[in-house]
Write a protein that binds this ligand. Structure first.
Ligand SMILES: NC(=O)c1ccc[n+]([C@@H]2O[C@H](COP(=O)([O-])OP(=O)(O)OC[C@H]3O[C@@H](n4cnc5c(N)ncnc54)[C@H](OP(=O)(O)O)[C@@H]3O)[C@@H](O)[C@H]2O)c1
Length: 309
């Protein structure tokens, strides 16, 4: 199949694209500069040069493909508009990547009992309204002849197989712990996120390509953990360092407000029962603490990847 993918030099898109190439698909990635184009070619893809906002380029590449996967930026409305224009009336599939921070709360370091599934109504926080509006546009395109589906992953961990092998949350926490010698969480650290191994996420894209109906939305997860437990696991990785909480302002001064409120300090708990049921998806990747203490993150630490810059 001819597949056009955005974000193919990134963590999610790079791993998904690598699987598609290995499965024999003809994959073309969007590359915003020559350096990114070269990374795609090294991973067996063709590159089309353009920004997410290069409307004609993205629309043309979507039109020329038999399937489109958008993995670049869940908050960019321009790229989705161009893709949808290219696919309108074609019946072809678009898999769009969102993220479970859309249902995130702003509870600092405390546990929320709320676990959402696809039928749970929610009102996004102001900071997440654009992401939700974009995914609603993608889902509504089912009425315009696009087999559109949205995949909504939580905290993703493990080593990616593309040009960028690292995710966001766990490496951020490890780097901070290596630099200061103290693994940190926000407040009491009892806040919980759903979690998912990158290889399981990749399998969800492959299953959705086959089986996602037009206009379908899927939360994805394979477990959950509190940030205090993550920090304690990082402490063991670093040879027994004790984890400690940071006040909200200390955390914001280190990581910035968006990261603290929406990826490290709040709750984002989802259920992926629908994806397991409808897509026949069976996540089975290594657990997060296994990857931190004995797997990908241990190997990266030993290779000096988290040394202070
Ligand atoms: N990682 C997670 O845990 C996670 C979880 C849920 C949702 N998400 C969401 O999924 C999306 C992708 O995440 P990721 O971790 O894969 O990010 P990433 O590793 O930073 O990859 C981003 C990709 O998008 C490309 N890109 C960014 N801006 C572009 C532009 N203006 N024009 C063309 N290409 C552009 C990058 O190209 P270059 O190589 O040229 O920079 C790269 O290929 C993000 O919106 C993120 O919020 C991530």
């Amino acid at each position: 199949m001819k597949i056009f993918i955005t974000g193919a030099s990134g963590y999610i898109g790079g791993t998904v694209a690598d699987s598609l190439v290995k499965a024999g698909h003809q994959v073309t990635g969007l590359a915003r500069n020559e350096a990114s184009a070269e990374k795609l070619r090294k991973h067996g893809m063709a590159a089309v040069r353009g920004e997410l906002g290069s409307h004609g380029v993205v629309r043309g590449a979507a039109r020329a493909a038999e399937a489109v996967i958008n993995c670049a930026n869940a908050d960019d409305p321009f790229v989705t508009a161009a893709i949808l224009e290219g696919l309108a009336g074609s019946g072809k599939i678009l898999l769009h990547t969102s993220g479970t921070s859309i249902v995130g709360d702003k509870v600092v370091g405390e546990l929320s009992p709320r676990v959402v599934n696809e039928d749970t109504p929610y009102e996004p926080m102001p900071e997440k309204i654009q992401r939700v509006a974009i995914q609603r546009t993608v889902l509504a395109a089912a009425a315009q002849g696009v087999r559109s589906a949205v995949l909504c992953p939580p905290l993703i961990y493990g080593g990616g197989r593309g040009a960028n092998p690292e995710s966001i949350q766990v490496p951020t926490l490890i780097r901070q712990a290596v630099k200061s010698g103290i693994p940190r969480y926000v407040g009491a650290g009892e806040n919980v996120w759903s979690t998912l191994h990158i290889e399981d996420l990749c399998q969800a894209y492959l299953r959705a390509l086959e089986a996602a109906p037009a206009g379908s939305f899927f939360y994805l997860e394979n477990g959950e953990t509190s940030f205090k437990l993550i920090a304690e696991s990082i402490g063991r990785l670093l040879g027994g360092k004790a984890a400690q909480g940071w006040s909200l302002d200390e955390a914001i001064s280190q990581w910035g407000p968006m990261a603290v409120w929406f990826s490290l300090g709040g709750n984002s708990r989802v259920s992926a029962d629908k994806a397991r049921r409808m897509l026949g998806w069976k996540p089975k990747g290594a657990g997060l603490f296994e990857e931190i203490e004995r797997g990908w993150y241990k190997r990266q630490l030993d290779a000096g990847a988290y040394a202070p810059r």
